[in-house]
Design a protein around this ligand. Structure first.
Ligand code: GRG
Length: 280
């Protein structure tokens, strides 16, 4: 299958949900001050790769359901991902002026609005996730996402990344990758499948798959950014070939974990291959 065509076909589904929740100021009144609405949209549109929402939809398909069932999770993870990037770019964190070739949110809208836009993107994510689908599945998806991005997940990983910047061991770095990157990717996959009615056994398998693919995705990202010396990366402690082999081994492990899902999981497999082997 053509993974790029799959991404191009699925992305408008989540974009439409995000556009409804966060229209351009002037195009729709959602009760948000116009300046904040513009700052919140700044990094949502135009988008990045939208890999997490597409993974959520592919996970729904892997358990035999329509991708649309995963949309609340797909939108929520993209909003959380966007919030984390907005805050990561702030002067008190990585202090980046450009992201995806455009001025970062604090450069375009000021630091205070960038902090608040990140906060509001995160709240909107949970509002969207809790507003649709079976109440029980939505509550569990909210719990999983909150865990993935809180002190024991994304935020904790970022704190250790900042603290360990010099002298991190290989084990430290893998632990940071698991929390800072893999936890959100895992939550996207498990949450998408959960909203689509996956069984506990399927959820366990997908959770294990999400963790290893998430770590492999971060190693791939480190390899692409091998020239930057920001944060803790495996490329800083192992040579490039060893890192590439590690990412491939994790990909193979992940694919093995979802072998039993049959043809329906082919989009999920192809997305995993793309996420780990991409050149952009
Ligand atoms: C500030 C709470 C807080 C967390 C920051 C997300 C993050 C933690 C830092 C951003 C930098 C980074 C290397 C994050 C790891 C995850 C990652 C590889 C992000 C980039 O994801 P892509 O490639 O981005 O999916 P696009 O632009 O395609 O959306």
């Amino acid at each position: 299958m053509d993974v790029h065509a799959y991404i191009v076909e699925r992305t408008p589904l989540v974009d439409a949900v995000l556009e409804r929740a966060l229209p351009e100021p002037g195009a729709g009144d959602v009760g948000i001050p116009a300046s904040l609405q513009a700052a919140m949209r700044h990094l949502v549109f135009p988008s990045g790769k939208r890999i997490r929402p597409v993974l959520a939809m592919a996970a729904a398909e892997a358990v035999g359901a329509r991708p649309e069932l995963a949309l609340p999770m797909a939108a929520a993870v993209e909003l959380v991902h966007t919030y984390s990037l907005v805050h990561d770019d702030l002067p008190c964190m990585d202090d980046d002026a450009l992201r995806r070739g455009r001025p970062t949110v604090h450069v375009a809208h000021g630091e205070a609005l960038a902090v608040l836009a990140g906060d509001a993107l995160q709240s909107l994510a949970f509002e969207m996730l809790a507003s649709e689908g079976e109440a029980c599945d939505a509550v569990l998806a909210v719990r999983d996402l909150a865990r993935a991005i809180g002190g024991a997940g994304l935020v904790g990983g970022q704190v250790d990344d900042l603290a360990f910047a010099a002298g991190a061991s290989e084990a430290d770095i893998v632990s940071i990758h698991e929390r800072k990157t893999a936890a959100l990717i895992q939550a996207a996959i498990v949450g998408g499948a959960r909203l689509a009615g996956a069984s506990p056994r399927e959820l366990d398998r997908l959770a294990a798959f999400g963790r290893v693919i998430g770590v492999a995705f971060q190693i791939a990202d480190d390899l692409l950014d091998a020239d930057d010396d920001e944060g803790c990366t495996l490329v800083g402690v192992l040579d490039v070939e060893t890192c590439r082999a590690r990412a491939e081994a994790l990909l193979a492990e992940g694919l093995g974990l979802i072998e039993g899902f049959g043809d329906r999981a082919e989009p999920l497999r192809e997305l995993a291959r793309y996420a780990v082997r991409r050149r952009l």
